[in-house]
Design a protein around this ligand. Structure first.
Ligand SMILES: CC(C)(COP(=O)(O)OP(=O)(O)OC[C@H]1O[C@@H](n2cnc3c(N)ncnc32)[C@H](O)[C@@H]1OP(=O)(O)O)[C@@H](O)C(=O)NCCC(=O)NCCS
Length: 155
């Protein structure tokens, strides 16, 4: 196991372009977004002081993953906020606790903003269930079921 650290992405502005590229390659290209727009949106989220934020995970000092706290990730459930989204670890750094540490970082950020719970939307509920998240709803999706999950935050 290596040394895992989680920092606010706003304190690593030089890594925003790298994180945007990860996000774009994992999700954005297929969704029809463009890289420049992804980077601009990520910069806005990273610099937010009103309920959103981004973290970067470092493995042995090297950028290894990113994750977001955003106001809404599922339009049909906009009554719920905030949402954890875009949890990503680079392939070669997986299985070393980077994403788990980033999840903890986002939970602390959400609690610091004063939220008493956070939500996410995933086709991989097993990963989050290990971290204390619970499925509150299952939505049928074209290719696989999607779970809406909730985490009660320590006050
Ligand atoms: C899912 C992902 C973020 C995990 O990142 P990671 O840094 O490897 O996570 P961690 O090291 O903290 O935890 C890894 C553990 O979770 C487990 N895990 C990973 N994906 C899982 C899943 N879908 N269901 C259940 N457990 C899972 C691993 O088996 C591993 O278990 P172990 O510690 O017992 O070996 C990473 O695989 C990834 O970026 N995948 C592509 C993007 C993605 O699917 N993101 C989530 C979208 S909602």
């Amino acid at each position: 196991m290596g040394d895992v650290r989680v920092l606010s992405l706003k304190d690593r502005p030089g890594d925003i372009a790298l994180c945007a590229r990860w996000n774009f390659e994992q999700w954005g290209r297929e969704a029809g977004r463009d890289l420049a727009g992804t980077e601009a949106a990520l910069r806005d989220i990273a610099c937010s002081t009103s309920g959103e934020g981004a973290v970067i995970g470092l493995l042995n000092g090297k950028p290894a993953g990113m994750a977001l706290l955003i106001a809404c990730d599922l339009e049909s459930h906009s009554h719920l906020t905030p949402w954890v989204a875009s949890v990503y670890t680079v392939t070669e750094s997986r299985g070393q606790g980077v994403a788990s540490a980033m999840m903890l970082g986002l939970e602390r950020l959400a609690a610091a903003y004063g939220f008493d719970a956070a939500y996410l939307y995933t086709e991989s509920p097993g990963f989050y269930a290990r971290l204390g998240w619970s499925v509150i709803e299952t939505l049928a999706h074209e290719t696989s079921d999607m779970a809406v999950m909730k985490r009660v935050l320590a006050g």
